[in-house]
Design a protein around this ligand. Structure first.
Ligand SMILES: *[C@@H]1O[C@H](CO)[C@@H](O)[C@H](O)[C@H]1NC(C)=O
Ligand SMILES: *[C@@H]1O[C@H](CO)[C@@H](O)[C@H](O)[C@H]1NC(C)=O
Ligand SMILES: *[C@@H]1O[C@H](CO)[C@@H](O)[C@H](O)[C@H]1NC(C)=O
Ligand SMILES: *[C@@H]1O[C@H](CO)[C@@H](O)[C@H](O)[C@H]1NC(C)=O
Ligand SMILES: *[C@@H]1O[C@H](CO)[C@@H](O)[C@H](O)[C@H]1NC(C)=O
Ligand SMILES: *[C@@H]1O[C@H](CO)[C@@H](O)[C@H](O)[C@H]1NC(C)=O
Ligand SMILES: *[C@@H]1O[C@H](CO)[C@@H](O)[C@H](O)[C@H]1NC(C)=O
Ligand SMILES: *[C@@H]1O[C@H](CO)[C@@H](O)[C@H](O)[C@H]1NC(C)=O
Ligand SMILES: *[C@@H]1O[C@H](CO)[C@@H](O)[C@H](O)[C@H]1NC(C)=O
Ligand SMILES: *[C@@H]1O[C@H](CO)[C@@H](O)[C@H](O)[C@H]1NC(C)=O
Ligand SMILES: *[C@@H]1O[C@H](CO)[C@@H](O)[C@H](O)[C@H]1NC(C)=O
Length: 570
């Protein structure tokens, strides 16, 4: 976890009162900075794409905007930004209002990108700023893409998809904001850019909240209201017939497009990355890479353009992709530490071990990181210590996997379902006998409107043989928890899992004081084993009411019935 820390998160909220002043200053600076060119471009677009030129402020559909803005956490900002934008047509439909809100956020996102570009240009010798500005530009590009696809899809239904994409668009903006705070220093220009990003996040959050209300209540804007969570007693209705027992199946008859093996004289690729490079851009067809048994010591990146890439290994422990980047090394961020990092949608994998073998001192060292929407991973193993599996964004499914680590080792802000997975604690690398506090998850939802969370169904939590020996020699000093809240709206549920005695009676651990304890949702349902006794659980965790368990089914939570392979479809 790179860290927008708790402290920066708190500042984020506290500084709201100064925001108006900052907006005004920033706006003035920007006008002189970006100048007439952008100004005229925007005016051109305004008159181009929406209401006719004659639309004066008297024609602004105030009442309709006020109703729709009830859906947001920041109704005043929502209203003001829409009035000023002057692009909401008379007698707007709810979809037109949401599209206008998306337009406003997208315009400001473009400005944020310009600001990052000039930050990069003026960073010259400063490697920290150069790195963070570059990764900001990359991730804001993804934000722009997901937001634009959301806008284009909205009029045609599929609002669950739109919610997933806009949740990611907001998350990426937050990542940039947090990254700048963590790596960018305190210069005036960094502060200015962060303040602008804060406002951008608010605008995008407003659009996302309206999308949620549209999905829940349809065109009846009178019913729209700010996003609620389980802690407010709100559960979304599950999909009809969408029970917990959904069975998918990894396709068994895939045709191999490329082979990777250790003996290149047999005509295969010698590295996984070379095979990935051979995959075409943006095809709907799967590109299947068979990675034969062997240890592949390399850093692998699947770019955004390469969709539907499939990794077929010869089995966990046989096909091993391993790296050892960690945040202990200069210039390496948590995100970049990943041995394998996937950006392209529709990624699939089976029969592979993903490993980060970074030695002590233990820092964030990711084995596998995914931003792949609709990704499907089965029979894979993830080995590491701190931050093993970075399920960063969008919808992901893991089945029959083995995941090992100690600190926050399943983390991120995706909507991920883990079915039939084995979760194993490993000893700390330094002074393991001294004792420690480990957490299985650190989910990082920043906005109650985001459709993200970690769902574990029929999992088991235990320790490796080595850890169990350590634990049993002195159980009192070895504490293990189901999760802790990386961000304010952290959401994790365990259903039908079995917990060994190593899970502490309190169950869950705070992040920092009372941070997030009233906003997170940590739910348990029908778990078994000595670690599942609920009598001493922390008061801020919950038992999922039986009638709401299906909210966390594969079908309801990640729409798996619409995209996951089954025995009938493979
Ligand atoms: C959003 O989609 C509408 C059509 O549904 C289009 O007119 C508008 O330009 C799009 N806005 C953006 C920011 O892409
Ligand atoms: C950016 O957002 C502010 C409101 O925070 C708004 O006044 C301004 O018009 C937006 N910029 C654009 C180009 O839409
Ligand atoms: C870059 O970041 C590192 C670690 O955070 C810090 O030690 C170093 O001083 C920074 N360099 C500059 C030029 O700010
Ligand atoms: C930037 O913001 C930080 C924290 O809010 C503050 O300590 C610092 O003085 C600011 N830098 C400038 C140049 O104003
Ligand atoms: C909202 O109304 C439009 C027609 O104006 C219709 O096409 C759309 O399906 C409605 N949306 C919902 C969620 O009912
Ligand atoms: C795999 O089998 C299914 C039927 O079970 C078929 O529909 C599909 O086309 C096959 N795929 C390939 C790549 O042969
Ligand atoms: C490598 O592949 C070549 C060609 O298939 C084969 O002749 C050779 O025996 C293989 N070497 C090893 C060590 O397996
Ligand atoms: C794939 O997309 C990338 C990024 O846009 C581009 O650089 C590359 O040339 C494309 N490759 C092909 C084969 O089109
Ligand atoms: C639960 O997971 C285990 C593997 O950990 C599997 O063998 C078993 O079939 C699963 N049970 C159900 C009911 O799916
Ligand atoms: C829990 O697992 C049992 C079988 O082990 C299954 O019958 C039941 O449906 C599962 N319940 C839930 C809520 O997953
Ligand atoms: C749960 O723990 C409490 C106190 O720690 C104990 O009294 C109770 O018997 C336990 N329940 C089960 C089912 O083990």
């Amino acid at each position: 976890m790179t860290a927008p820390t708790t402290t920066s998160r708190k500042n984020f909220r506290r500084s709201k009162s100064k925001r108006l002043l900052v907006i005004i200053i920033v706006a003035l600076l920007l006008l002189s900075l970006i100048g007439v060119v952008l100004f005229f471009t925007l005016r051109h677009k305004i008159s181009d794409s929406h209401s006719p030129k004659s639309s004066s402020s008297s024609k602004v559909p105030v009442a309709a905007i006020q109703l729709a803005c009830q859906a947001t956490q920041h109704p005043e900002t929502c209203q003001t930004s829409l009035y000023q934008s002057n692009i909401v047509p008379p007698n707007p439909t709810p979809v037109q209002i949401i599209q206008s809100a998306l337009w406003v956020s997208s315009q400001n996102l473009s400005i944020a990108q310009s600001m990052l570009k000039s930050l990069l240009a003026s960073a010259a010798g400063n490697q920290n700023i150069t790195n963070v500005a570059k990764s900001c530009l990359e991730i804001l590009g993804f934000s722009q893409y997901r937001s634009s696809v959301s806008n284009n899809t909205l009029p045609f239904g599929k609002s669950k998809n739109v919610r997933a994409w806009m949740s990611a668009a907001v998350a990426y903006q937050y990542d940039c904001y947090g990254g700048l705070g963590y790596h960018g220093g305190n210069s005036q220009e960094i502060n200015k850019t962060r303040a602008f990003l804060e406002d951008l996040i608010t605008l995008s959050s407003n659009a996302l909240s309206m999308i949620v209300s549209y999905d829940l209540f349809g065109n009846e804007t009178r019913s729209w209201r700010p996003p609620k969570t389980e802690r407010d007693g709100f559960w979304e209705d599950p999909k009809l017939g969408g029970g917990i027992g959904f069975r998918s199946e990894f396709p068994s008859n895939l045709t191999v497009d490329a082979t990777v093996c250790k003996n290149v004289s047999s005509g295969c690729y010698g590295t996984v990355q070379e095979a990935v490079n051979a995959a075409p851009n943006a095809t709907e067809r799967r590109f299947v890479i068979h990675i034969k048994e062997g240890v592949y010591e390399e850093i692998v990146r699947i770019p955004f353009e390469k969709k539907n890439v499939v990794f077929l290994g010869d089995g966990m422990g046989k096909t091993i992709i391993t790296g050892s980047l960690s945040v202990a090394q200069p210039g390496v961020t948590t995100y970049e530490s990943a041995t394998v990092g996937v950006l392209g949608d529709g990624f699939m994998a089976s029969g592979i071990t993903f490993q980060n073998a970074a030695g002590p001192p233990t820092y964030q060292a990711v084995a596998f990181r995914s931003d792949s929407d609709l990704s499907y991973i089965e029979n894979c193993e993830f080995l590491g210590n701190q931050d093993t599996l970075y399920a960063h964004s969008l919808r992901q499914f893991y089945k029959s996997c083995r995941i090992q680590g100690n600190v926050d080792f399943i983390f991120g802000n995706s909507a991920a379902v883990f079915q039939d997975c084995q979760i194993l604690i490993v000893p700390r690398q330094e002074n393991p006998e001294k004792g420690e506090q480990n957490t299985v998850t650190a989910h990082g939802r920043t906005d109650p409107a985001q459709s993200t969370g970690f769902v574990f169904q029929n999992c088991s939590i235990s320790g490796t043989a080595e850890y169990m020996a350590l634990y049993n020699s002195n159980p009192k000093v070895h504490k293990n928890y189901l999760g802790r809240p990386w961000k304010e709206y952290s959401r994790v549920v365990y259903i039908n899992c079995s917990f060994e005695a190593l899970i502490s009676a309190e169950g869950w651990m705070p992040w920092n004081g009372d941070f997030a304890l009233t906003t997170l949702y940590y739910g348990e349902y029908k778990n078994s084993g000595p670690g599942s006794n609920l009598s001493e659980r922390v008061t801020w965790s919950s038992q999922i009411p039986a009638e709401h368990v299906n909210t966390y089914s594969v079908q309801s939570f990640i729409q798996g019935d619409e995209w996951m392979p089954t025995s009938a479809s493979s």
